[in-house]
Design a protein around this ligand. Sequence first.
Ligand SMILES: [Mg+2]
Length: 396
Amino acid sequence: MSTDIDINKKNDSALADDSNAHDTSDETNKNDIQRKVIHIDMDCFYAAVEMRENPNLKGKPVAVGGQANSRGVVAACNYEARKFGVHSAMPMSQAFQKCPQLITTPVNMDLYKSVSKIIHSIFQEFTDDIEPLSLDEAYLDVSDSSHCNGSATLIAQEIRQRIFASQNITASAGIAPNKFLAKVASDWNKPNGQKVITPNEVKAFVKELPVNAISGVGKVTAKRMTELGLKTCGDLEKLGLEGLLQHFGSFGDRLYNYSQGIDNRPVETDWIRKSLSVEDTFNKDLPNLESCLSEIDTIYQELLIRLERARQKQRLSAKSLVVKLRFNDFETTTIQMAGTAPDKEAYKRLCIDAWQRGQRPVRLIGLGLQFNPPDMPEQLSLLDECYSEEKPPPNL
Ligand SMILES: [Mg+2]
């Protein structure tokens, strides 16, 4: 019992120290949590898979799609074909006019889907917040990921390496504080490249950004912009919200936000969350139980923040509380109890029980929740509904 009292004292002082630190440094960040969004886009996906299956196609112009004589269209083509002006959604007959030596292969959707699923499972190793856009494209919100020390740039790099190692095809990535910029960035160093736009670079980046790089600006809008002399996002910003609404209707709103690098759309997942956890690996191993317990407050606060964020996306009802400890020899133990809400004191009790199992220095503490399955039937996976590859941007 006396241990309990000691522990609580230490915790109180740790909490006081912590809240002071937050007051001075992190207060502004709390309201405006900086997001880290990655847009991953496979390079000419269908064609890349076909070239992998048939290496003879490498270096030659290849289009995947229907036959020229049956009014087929190009579903996707490789970069060699694009050099001739071939692009997806183009009638195959026209593609042959532009590139008579074009090699065509039929669409093998089952194969592309199976590759897509593997790529998706690689994403899942880094984050649960995945929004697939098509078989070959997805947004990932890695704001909460602790992989690669939380570096979104390194996470993107590792994901691309993993995809290549496992599937022998390349991906490009954009890393930015929001979806709009992440998507623009993934096109920047394509193929097999990535670009980061840091929060500090956003203003300068969008100022010079050509308007046709904005997704949603189609031919008609682009023409209207040219007529109005609007070449860059900087020009859009100068025109102002009122002017943009006047010329582009409701799209003007979004354009005005984009022109300032703002896009508050969340990364929307269609999967059902089963658990949520926050883990902290310490620079120096925590030598004893007291030092472990004094870390619980900070981790607990972070858990509450992430739970709140997760609840904005879906309804979650907790069924159990989980504590994970990793000892200095990497042996890991988890312990859980029934519970419908996060409870700091309950986590502390679990931590005590978990620590008793090893009774030695600790390198990692995790606090988590497990959730009840929702009442609704499982949603269809978006992956199963996607059939078309996104059209390549006009400048590629
Ligand atoms: Mg693609």
